[in-house]
Design a protein around this ligand. Structure first.
Ligand SMILES: [Cu+2]
Length: 311
């Protein structure tokens, strides 16, 4: 596990990007990370693991206690026609689900004859379009900035549109006029001193900020592994870690958008075999959207950040 000021790798990706004419190479350069074992939604994987089928549909009803969604789903080509049926889901997915909401997901039939949904994403037209447009804008911005993509202290953060742990769209404009403390984690990080410790310190900062009477402050954790960390997975993580989500959001979204944010914030995340290796960065953004303070690595103290917050 390597930690530290290693955003030069991000610059390598960007200087490659600079050479490309049409941007396609740029996309490749920055999305090689975190691909294979954690692929984005719509795949059918057959073989050793359970079969998975891409599914789209509308949630008809939610049984939170039984963790069951009733979904009217579209035809699953070569498997079953469109119909309304029950699906088992995680507690996080059940908590996030709303009747009437469109979703896309992966369906997993079990030997026992029941069906599970995993990798559930919001699929209603307006929010999906907003998030896609945000991702495209970020792609453009990262590409245009080229090797200047990395945002220094004093520079404004890029605009983004992502989903929070409730599946709602969060746009960066929401934070204008507030200070924001941001870190980057992934929920299944196995290294206690990395993401789990970083989340613990964010929670401490939130508590200390409240005690210090810090005003207009929000806390944001952006996932390093968006293909796995769906809104429902983030929800479950927030509940399990006891995060007070009144001013603490966990964000995810399209792989490309997250990649571009990591590049611009100078965070490295790279798959080594099955392990997602990454650096740790924690940022404080001012009410004008500019970076006020940044800590690289795991040695930062919550109070350093809280002392810089507005009272
Ligand atoms: Cu980690």
């Amino acid at each position: 596990m390597w930690v530290g000021a290693t955003w030069s790798l991000g610059l390598v990706a960007c200087s490659q990007a600079e050479k490309s004419v049409d941007g396609r190479e740029a996309a490749r350069a920055t999305t090689t990370v975190a691909s294979a074992p954690v692929q984005a939604g719509r795949v059918v994987e057959k073989g050793a693991a359970a079969e998975r089928y891409p599914l789209t549909g509308v949630i008809v009803s939610v049984d939170l206690a039984k963790k069951v969604l009733v979904v009217f789903h579209d035809e699953i080509k070569g498997y079953m026609p469109a119909m309304t049926m029950e699906f088992l889901v995680s507690s996080g997915d059940a908590a996030v689900a709303k009747a009437g909401q469109k979703i896309r997901a992966e369906m997993i039939p079990s030997k026992a004859g029941d069906f599970r949904l995993e990798k559930i994403w919001p699929n209603d037209q307006a929010p999906t379009a907003a998030v896609a447009a945000g991702a495209m804008q970020l792609r453009q911005d990262t590409f245009t900035r080229g090797k200047n993509a990395y945002r220094e202290i004093g520079e404004a953060i890029p605009d983004f549109s992502l989903y929070d742990q409730n599946g709602g769209v969060v746009q960066s404009g929401r934070f204008r006029g507030k200070m924001v403390m941001i870190n980057f984690i992934f929920t299944r990080c196995p290294v206690a001193t990395m993401c789990p410790a970083s989340t613990t310190k964010m929670i401490s900062a939130q508590t200390l900020a409240a005690e210090a009477g810090a005003k207009e402050i929000e806390f944001v954790s952006i996932t390093l592994e968006p293909a796995y960390d769906t809104p429902g997975v983030l929800k479950e993580y927030a509940v399990a870690r006891g995060i007070d989500t009144r001013n603490f959001s966990l964000l995810t979204g399209p792989e490309a958008a997250v990649r571009d944010l990591l590049t611009q914030f100078g965070v490295i995340a790279e798959l080594k075999g099955d392990l997602l290796q990454h650096t740790l960065t924690t940022l404080l953004i001012g009410e004008d959207g500019k970076i006020v303070h940044r800590a690289d690595g795991s040695a930062w103290e919550p109070k350093e950040f809280v002392s810089r917050m507005r009272r």
